[in-house]
Ligand binder design. Structure first.
Ligand SMILES: Cc1cc2nc3c(=O)[nH]c(=O)nc-3n(C[C@H](O)[C@H](O)[C@H](O)COP(=O)(O)OP(=O)(O)OC[C@H]3O[C@@H](n4cnc5c(N)ncnc54)[C@H](O)[C@@H]3O)c2cc1C
Length: 402
């Protein structure tokens, strides 16, 4: 391999890639952040209309990255979580106060996360942002990795000691590294929109399971709520084609009148739901993080929270004073080992929830009724569920100065 251009190449300036760049501020590496999307769009595509439930643990990570202050005014605290099953008995409730925290999480528009992360990038010493720059080829050996790019100025080659794939669910780096991925198509589509209920939301996040799939309503600023409404994919176009009043009727029918009449709904967007998990997190001189490593059903709002814990773990290892070669095989193997438990636990739980709670088989319905009542009555399981919801069940290192 010829001379090294950078210590680290991060592919993708979505939430995972941009967070990692911020987490490496001051670590002394020469880093290039490569982003495919054109600069005609202000922000890369992930910072769109979706609204995220950031777990309490993610808020702590963002605070360490120094981006929380810019986000706080757009973030609505979740003080209670209410889970119920339409037309059935089971329900459970979780409360921040029982867990000794001010909020179990914070509902935050993806766009606001972009507005907090992206302006930080130009001030990071040693970081260059190349956009548009699409990775189309790569070759790795023991000493480094060489990446082929298509940029605004034509083709280019860059070399580095570590390549970080933060390039999302269709990760080109994953594919070019020969890493396979397991996929499950839920045949469901999530329709998201913001709406305003007649009554105040009281900072409660609602997760409601219905015969046609889960529905979530998350509290937002100005009394609004963010709706995640799942339908069978073959019914998605029909739902998107309804006028606002007819669509609100459908949502009201599923959610009920707990918050009075649902009124005023904003623009709707649709996301087909597929679970994707890379078969390994690492290859020679390469590591996958965020959606490139795992893309989840949005039920439970865990996708980016899991990805941000990838970021915090990897950044802490790269910042450690004893780390001299950021792409060393032993370091990457240790990273994969540290993340395996959290990945498996969250992916299994999310997948099981998505499948069990979208199923109307009587035996499964009764089982989940009993499960939810048990969780509601017993403080042990409830506390465990709360720690998972808050993103505190997995160990995440604190970022130290290097
Ligand atoms: C409806 C919905 C609701 C959700 N709700 C929640 C929630 O409540 N809580 C939560 O934690 N998560 C939630 N998620 C998940 C969350 O949105 C994702 O986990 C997160 O956006 C993934 O970020 P990422 O940076 O890993 O990937 P992406 O956002 O996909 O970013 C990848 C980036 O890589 C770039 N790129 C791609 N290919 C290349 C290439 N070859 N070369 C260079 N660049 C490339 C892309 O342009 C893009 O900018 C939700 C998702 C959906 C769909």
């Amino acid at each position: 391999m010829r001379d090294i251009d950078y210590d680290i190449l991060i592919v993708g300036a979505g939430m995972a890639g941009a967070s990692l760049a911020c987490a490496l501020d001051g670590a002394g590496y020469r880093i290039a952040l490569l982003e495919a999307s054109s600069t005609d769009h202000a922000a890369p595509p992930g910072y769109d209309e979706r609204v995220l439930a950031l777990a309490y643990g993610s808020q702590r990570i963002f605070r360490q990255l120094g981006v929380w202050d810019a986000l706080a005014e757009h973030a609505t605290p979740i003080e209670h979580i209410h889970v119920s099953d339409r037309g059935r008995f089971g329900f459970t409730r979780l409360h921040a106060v029982d867990e000794g925290v001010p909020a179990m999480g914070y509902v935050t528009p993806a766009r606001a996360i972009g507005e907090a992360l992206l302006p930080r990038l130009p001030g990071i010493a040693g970081l260059e942002v190349l956009r548009p720059a699409t990775v189309v080829a790569l070759a790795a050996n023991r000493d480094g990795v060489e990446v082929g790019l298509i940029t605004g100025q034509g083709r280019q080659r860059l070399r580095a000691r570590l390549l970080v794939a933060a390039d999302g669910v269709r990760s080109a780096v994953r594919e070019l590294s020969g890493i396979g991925a397991d996929e499950h198509d839920y045949s469901h589509t999530a329709i998201i929109a913001n709406l305003t209920p007649a009554q105040g939301h009281g900072n409660v996040a609602y997760e409601r399971f219905t015969e046609t799939g889960p529905l979530a309503l998350l509290p937002m600023t100005e009394g609004r709520m963010s709706l995640v409404y799942t339908v069978h994919s073959d019914e998605a176009d029909a739902h998107l084609g309804l006028d606002d009043a007819a669509f609100l009727c459908k949502v009201q029918e599923r959610f009920g009148y707990r918050l009075g009449r649902l009124q005023r709904i904003g623009q709707r967007s649709a996301y087909p739901l597929v679970m994707t998990r890379a078969q390994t997190q690492i290859a020679a001189r390469t590591v996958l993080i965020g959606n490139a490593a795992h893309t989840l059903h949005p039920i439970g709002g865990q996708g980016f929270n899991l990805g941000l814990r990838d970021v915090a773990t990897l950044a802490a290892m790269l910042r450690a004073p004893e780390t001299h070669d950021p792409g060393a095989g032993a370091l990457l193997a240790e990273y994969a080992k540290r993340r395996a438990g959290d990945h498996s636990a969250i992916i299994r739980a999310t997948d099981a929830l998505a499948k069990v709670f979208s199923n109307r088989l009587p035996v499964l319905s009764q089982t989940r009724d009993l499960g939810m009542i048990a969780v509601d009555l017993l403080s042990g399981p409830r506390h465990l569920l709360a720690r998972h919801a808050m993103g505190l069940a997995a160990r995440v290192p604190t970022l130290e100065p290097r």
